[in-house]
Design a binder for this molecule. Structure first.
Ligand SMILES: Cc1ncc(COP(=O)(O)O)c(C=O)c1O
Length: 457
């Protein structure tokens, strides 16, 4: 048999799309129908530009890890390899490391949840739990209910399994019970029923609101009445700025609620450790589905989380995260109040990472995004958080990652872009008909003080 020719560094290597040519096009025709729902978000399309250092990104939801005790974590990781390397670097149980599952029950007890470690399934971030739950519950065309707006990653999973998302209205107190009841009645009248309600009760992504405690029992009662499973997604629950912790839906109705938690926002998102807490019937299916997806979650990462929980004052660490995020929330709310033109409305989060902004009638936040990035500020436009294409008058602003100074500057730039849109709108009726104008060229005096940009000084 001839030796395979060694790849020569001089010889051009087939790379990327050029090499694929027509054969690549033919292959994409063979993709499963479910891949049609898999599309990149708008912010992903702009990612290369939006992640340039001169752009203030208020778009992403990256936690701020600067407050983590990296030195002592490094010692802990070294000790893990030295003392337990043979276990940490090995395959593990599909359900997750038993000690970590015990510790997770302790974390959940802060929210009033009484659980047994046997009912915890560790997943690769809570994103994977969302994917697995959709996989085990949804056939194409099945209905799932979600708040309007809702978490983009959940909508991605629902789309990937071709579920039909029906949005339910929210207000400043979260999901509106009467809207939920009306949606369920409408579905029943049409001979359909939903597979589950997906809800983010605390410090909502992207809406920044929290489900009022007084509503929780009512919502659970409506779901029980309609025999509707609830998926409670709660990655931000311990990040209330005044240290407040709301009673979890799971603690109020253990029989009918699957709870999703994560260490991404309270410890380290890169470790990708989250979990689901579910009754035995769902738990067993989840474990089987997890096994076919990844065999087991990474043992090493789970053991790092486990050691961190055992050796660090993690409650105190969460408190220091809360303080960082509260300062940034304050900077954002102050900047919004200072710079934004009249006619804008925004939510006032008391925890979590996000503000949800509604802009004046006629402004399309998706169409405006390239102009904003041109003006060196990025956000996530509202349409990405709706399965039905609505949300064009909204956008999400994240305050978790940039410093307060950058947040202020980012909002100032955004205000300039909005002023420009409104100016064009008032003159021509529609920004798109009039063509794009660079932000800041409105001819109108800018609102607020013109501070030197931290990006350019
Ligand atoms: C509401 C919500 N759910 C789930 C996730 C996924 O988190 P992870 O997979 O990092 O645990 C996120 C991440 O931003 C989120 O905001």
């Amino acid at each position: 048999m001839p030796e395979p020719a060694a790849a020569s560094p001089e010889a051009p290597q087939p790379r990327g799309d050029h090499a694929r040519g027509d054969r690549g096009a033919a292959r994409t025709d063979r993709f499963a129908a479910r891949t049609e729902g898999m599309t990149a978000s708008e912010i992903r399309a702009l990612f290369a530009v939006a992640s340039r250092p001169e752009v203030v990104s208020l778009a992403g939801g990256m936690p701020n890890l600067a407050a983590l005790p990296l030195d002592s974590l490094a010692d802990e990781v070294a000790a893990l390899v030295a003392q337990e390397g043979q276990v940490a670097l090995q395959y593990g149980s599909a359900q997750g490391v038993p000690l970590l599952r015990e510790q997770i029950t302790e974390v959940m007890s802060l929210e009033g949840i009484r659980a047994h470690a046997d009912d915890v399934v560790v997943t690769v971030g809570s994103q994977m739990a969302l994917d697995l739950l959709t996989r085990i519950f949804c056939d194409p065309g099945d209905v799932v209910l979600a708040e309007a707006p809702s978490y983009v990653g959940a909508l991605g999973s629902f789309a990937a399994y071709q579920a039909d998302v029906m949005h339910v209205t929210m207000d400043d107190d979260g999901l509106v019970p009467s809207a939920l009841a009306a949606t369920l009645d409408r579905l029943a009248a049409g001979g359909r029923r939903a597979k589950f309600l997906y809800t983010i009760p605390n410090f909502h992504n992207p809406a920044g609101v929290t489900m009022a405690v007084a509503r929780r029992a009512e919502i659970l009662e409506i779901c029980r009445r309609h025999d509707l499973l609830v998926i409670e997604d709660n990655p931000y629950g311990l990040l209330g700025f005044d240290g407040q912790i709301y009673p979890s839906l799971r603690s109020m109705d253990p029989e009918n609620v699957v709870y999703l938690g994560s260490f991404s926002k309270t410890f380290a998102s890169g470790l990708r450790v989250g979990w689901a807490l579910a009754g035995a019937d769902i738990r067993d299916k989840l474990v089987l589905a997890a096994e076919s997806a990844t065999l087991c979650p990474p043992t090493f990462n789970q053991m790092i989380v486990s050691r961190y929980l055992a050796t660090h004052d993690w409650r105190r660490q969460i408190k220091s995260f809360r303080e960082v995020y509260r300062d940034r929330r304050d900077a954002m709310l102050h900047a919004l109040g200072t710079y934004l033109p009249p006619g804008c409305r925004w939510t006032r989060p008391d925890g979590g990472f996000y503000v949800w902004l509604t802009v004046p009638e006629g402004v399309d936040t998706k169409a405006m995004l390239p102009r904003a990035v041109g003006a060196r500020v990025a956000y996530a436009s509202g349409t990405g958080f709706h399965a039905d294409g609505s949300g064009s008058r909204q956008l999400r602003l994240s305050y978790c990652y940039p410093t307060p100074e950058r947040i202020t500057e980012g909002v100032r730039r955004l205000a300039g872009v909005l002023e420009a849109e409104l100016d064009v709108l008032h003159t021509f009726g529609s920004p798109d008909r009039a063509g794009a104008r660079p932000a800041g060229s409105t001819g109108r005096p800018a609102r607020g003080p013109q501070s030197p940009s931290p990006d350019t000084t």
